[in-house]
Design a protein around this ligand. Structure first.
Ligand SMILES: Cc1cc2nc3c(=O)[nH]c(=O)nc-3n(C[C@H](O)[C@H](O)[C@H](O)COP(=O)(O)OP(=O)(O)OC[C@H]3O[C@@H](n4cnc5c(N)ncnc54)[C@H](O)[C@@H]3O)c2cc1C
Length: 286
């Protein structure tokens, strides 16, 4: 039960929502699906004076635009899984959504925007959206600004979003160069938060490249984009070793919680990066 008093707002349009945020800023908690916010309020970990629901802003659709897929911040994992547009243009995201735990309540209620805004290092979406080179559309009374995923996640539970902004949508660039992609999380048990997550994809355009994002290992996702040149093609083992070292560099000091400490998570990273990269590179040769 939530034991403190707060004012509940359900703005009918973006203008009303941004005005509320301009007036009350840090005293407002934005409500997505509420799967993290409501338990945090019940446990008195978060005591907002105002709660603002985004439920009336029509932000739960997936739409195809000229250069990107637009996913409203209120789109749930169930929406992502049911969307033919996501299946076709962002299979990595669909694979990620299929691995979300917590049963029907989390899949049907948890939103992509909530996961992004919460910025829990162990969440699935942040790393995956870095690998997809997503951009986040942030709204405030000053207008709109777009922040690339790799700049958005600043630290554990901290993002580049200001207190007077909310996340309106997630933009995924349409990418005709995608050849293959994978998402996997490594965890202690089937229902636990992951120790390490890996999102990776292979691309064939003017140049061949791989993208890899590791989540849960560090305070923010570690993302790198590697060009596969002639030497990488011939010496896969060398390339994979260098790539794994490069990703580990970005993991930095690592992330500790009750499931695993930073040293353990860092020790897991090179092995899983090498495994996924090697598999992608082998797939390319078949
Ligand atoms: C049992 C259980 C299992 C779970 N399993 C997984 C899992 O497998 N993988 C995973 O990644 N996560 C998991 N989660 C965590 C969480 O439920 C999801 O990440 C979910 O997507 C969070 O979204 P939400 O809409 O419920 O967020 P909310 O609880 O509504 O909000 C979370 C935070 O983000 C802010 N916020 C929400 N939307 C916006 C917005 N549009 N703009 C600005 N701020 C916003 C809120 O103010 C709050 O601080 C699990 C949680 C539970 C309880």
């Amino acid at each position: 039960m939530i034991g403190h008093r707060f004012e509940f707002h359900r703005p009918r349009d973006v203008g009303e929502a941004t005005a509320l945020l301009a007036n009350f800023g840090a005293d407002v908690s934005v409500l997505g699906g509420g799967t993290m916010l409501i338990p945090s309020m019940s446990a008195n970990l978060v005591l907002p004076a105002h709660v603002m629901s985004l439920a009336s802003l029509s932000l739960d659709d997936v739409t195809l635009e000229d250069a990107h897929l637009r996913i409203g911040s209120m789109a749930t994992y169930a929406t992502l899984l049911a969307s033919p547009l996501v299946a076709r243009h962002a299979p990595l995201l669909a694979t990620m959504a299929a691995q979300v735990t917590g049963g029907a309540s989390i899949v049907n209620q948890g939103t992509l925007g909530g996961s992004v805004s919460y910025a829990n290092p162990s969440s699935d979406a942040p790393g995956c959206l870095c690998a997809l080179e997503a951009r986040f559309e942030l709204r405030s009374v000053q207008g709109v600004r777009y922040v690339p995923a790799r700049e958005f996640f600043v630290d554990a539970f901290r993002t580049a979003k200001r207190d007077d902004e909310f996340l309106a949508s997630i933009l995924l660039p349409l990418d005709s160069t995608l050849v293959a992609c994978r998402y996997q999380k490594y965890k202690a048990s089937s229902s636990s938060w992951p120790i390490v997550t890996v999102a990776c994809s292979m691309h064939r355009g003017e140049q061949e490249s791989v993208r890899i994002a590791v989540g849960a290992a560090g305070r923010r996702p570690a993302y790198r984009h590697f060009i596969i040149d002639e030497s990488a093609s011939c010496q896969i083992d060398d390339f994979v070793e260098r790539a794994a070292a490069g990703v580990l560099d970005l993991v930095g000091e690592g992330w500790s919680d009750e499931l695993a400490d930073a040293e353990y998570r860092r020790a897991v990273v090179p092995g899983v990066v090498k495994r996924h990269l090697r598999d992608l590179l082998m797939e390319r040769q078949t």
